[in-house]
Ligand binder design. Structure first.
Ligand SMILES: CC(=O)N[C@@H](CCC[C@H](N)C(=O)O)C(=O)O
Length: 369
């Protein structure tokens, strides 16, 4: 087991942003070279990797996907294997996800399953999205998996627990980037300016109030503004402002309703604050919609093991794994890692005992589903 903990720690030290995962890719490729590769085909795709392992029977091909990118967060832990990349952190558990994928892959290479298995090391889950372009590759068309699955760590669940549910697990998402342009000037002469801190602040409040009026209360939607930039010094009125956020909706149709609401709100802001605005929706992810039968079978497999299975609530998190599930039947599940700090937090420190549980759950699913 120490081997997997060491691998997780190595990967934790080198977090890289989406499509910049060069060291991560090199690390995984180097590890793969230590395995017996007679039945293995390795293909690079940008900073990602496909690893195909031929099965004993080979009638079906199963796919298992891990994401490999980190986040633009400055790590705030005292771990002696903390990030060596300033301002970058594996704060969403992708170091765990990769290690678990390598653990299951190693067992399957050393003792092949009946089915063929395609392991997908996918870049850029946090943005701008690696799943959609990976789906369109010749490699995916060639192997056309019969089913696909993936996991995500869950800091709220104890170690030794997994959870999932049939149907919707994660929401539809869209990134949101808005630029405001007005007229700067002296802090003492606001009437001669068009203050973009006022415009952006008004937008932030109005958009929150409005979402509750345009989306069916039986559906769910959230707009979060995670970043706002404006101004230069304390006594100059800001000519420009930028807000960055994300939209989450339970139903795909509500995404258009929220976007329409944002655009109408911006038109009002333009009139009221005499400014120009432009909006860019960045990356959009399709919801994670789990296959009913496969989740049922997964639950049966897990319940034969010393692992607790819990029914997961729906979450407004996003995952571009949803694009794989749009094309292939499959599912995603949460793996308990018991951390007092949540996903995307600079102090996230998942319990490494969960790695063995993850490897066991993934390997058993590959062999028994
Ligand atoms: C599991 C998780 O935390 N996923 C991310 C996906 C982000 C998608 C995109 N960059 C966005 O912000 O919309 C999440 O924040 O849910």
């Amino acid at each position: 087991m120490d081997n997997w903990i060491n691998i997780r720690r190595d990967l934790h030290r080198i977090p890289e942003l989406g499509f910049e995962e060069y060291k991560t890719q090199a690390y995984i490729l180097e590890y793969l070279q230590t395995l017996p590769l007679e039945r293995v085909t390795i293909e690079k795709w940008y900073t990602g990797i496909f690893v195909y392992v031929e099965g004993n029977v080979g009638e079906r091909t199963l796919a298992y996907r891990t994401d490999i990118d980190g986040l633009p967060i400055k790590e705030n832990t005292q771990l002696d294997f903390k990030s060596e990349h300033d301002g970058r952190m594996h704060a969403c558990g992708h170091d765990f996800h990769m290690t678990i994928a390598l653990g299951a892959l190693t067992s399957i290479v050393e003792n092949p399953a009946d089915d063929n298995v395609l392991f997908i090391f996918q870049p850029a889950e946090e943005g701008p999205g690696g799943a959609k372009p990976m789906m369109e590759t010749e490699t995916m068309n060639k192997y056309k998996p019969d089913m696909i699955f993936a996991l995500h760590i869950d800091p709220r669940l104890p170690v030794g627990t997994v959870s999932s549910k049939p149907g919707l697990l994660f929401a539809n998402t869209s990134e949101l980037f808005i630029d405001f342009h007005g007229k700067g000037g002296h802090a003492a002469y606001p009437h001669e300016t068009k203050d973009m801190i006022m415009a952006a602040s008004a937008f932030n409040l109005q958009v929150q109030q409005g979402v509750s009026r345009v989306v069916d209360p039986l559906d769910s939607a959230v707009v979060t503004i995670g970043k706002m930039e404006a101004g230069t010094v304390q006594n100059i009125i800001a000519e420009d402002a930028r807000v960055e956020g994300t939209i989450r909706t339970r139903e795909p149709d509500s995404m258009d309703i929220v976007k329409n609401h944002i655009e109408k709100t911006l038109k009002g802001i333009e009139v009221r604050y005499e400014c120009e605005t432009s909006v860019d929706y960045g990356a959009n992810y399709y919801m994670v919609d789990n296959d009913q039968q496969l989740v049922k079978r997964f639950k049966e497999i897990i319940q034969k093991r010393p692992i607790d299975y819990k029914v997961a609530p729906e979450a407004m998190t996003g995952e571009d794994f949803g694009y794989f599930l749009k094309e292939y039947p499959g599912f995603m599940f949460w793996l308990g890692v018991d951390s007092p700090y949540g996903l995307h937090h600079s102090s996230l420190s998942p319990n490494e005992e969960a790695i063995a549980v993850g490897i066991d759950a993934v390997e058993a699913t590959i062999r028994e589903i």
